[in-house]
Design a protein around this ligand. Sequence first.
Ligand code: VGL
Ligand code: ZN
Length: 193
Amino acid sequence: MATELTPSDALLLVDVQNDFCPGGALAVAEGDAVVPVLNDWVAAAERGGARVFASRDWHPIDHLSFAAQGGIWPPHCVQDTPGAAFHPDLELPDDAAVVSKAEQPNHEAYSAFDSGELGEKLRAAGIRRLWVGGLATDYCVKASVLDAIEVPGLEVRVLTAAIRAVDVAPGDGDAALNEMRKAGAILEHAEPA
Ligand code: VGL
Ligand code: ZN
């Protein structure tokens, strides 16, 4: 079933960055496969007057999540490096709002809602439905979706064709989907109109 977006819809593209795609520092299998699907949703957002938000992992070089500081990840998405850039094929509208996160050395933030800024913008714009896709299912997509559900009056739809998992342990991505669904997110398999 095709879905039309309206001005009370918003699209959240989570961390569609080079380092999470094949060849990147923290590559997610088939991470780049989300790009064409998300481009279709961006086009639908532009047709329907829906807003587009794009989050990005935006770490300082000494971020606490990196192995050198005792964290679990290799260095990734370091501010102003090519790995932190959005995937070159992602067709971000000129008026898309970029939400940076985990920018401080001593603070981890998987959720695009971490700073409070995104929730406030959605509220101010009267957004009633949030459509979420991007990387990675079991980290930043999950954390963002779980926070989005807590925003009063916001229906949250996860674009299942436009997400991919890190799967540090096999099954993490599927478990994350179940967790999001149980928390109240709608798993959306439809394509945009
Ligand atoms: C992410 C691991 C570390 C993500 C960010 O965007 O899902 N995963 N930092
Ligand atoms: Zn990170």
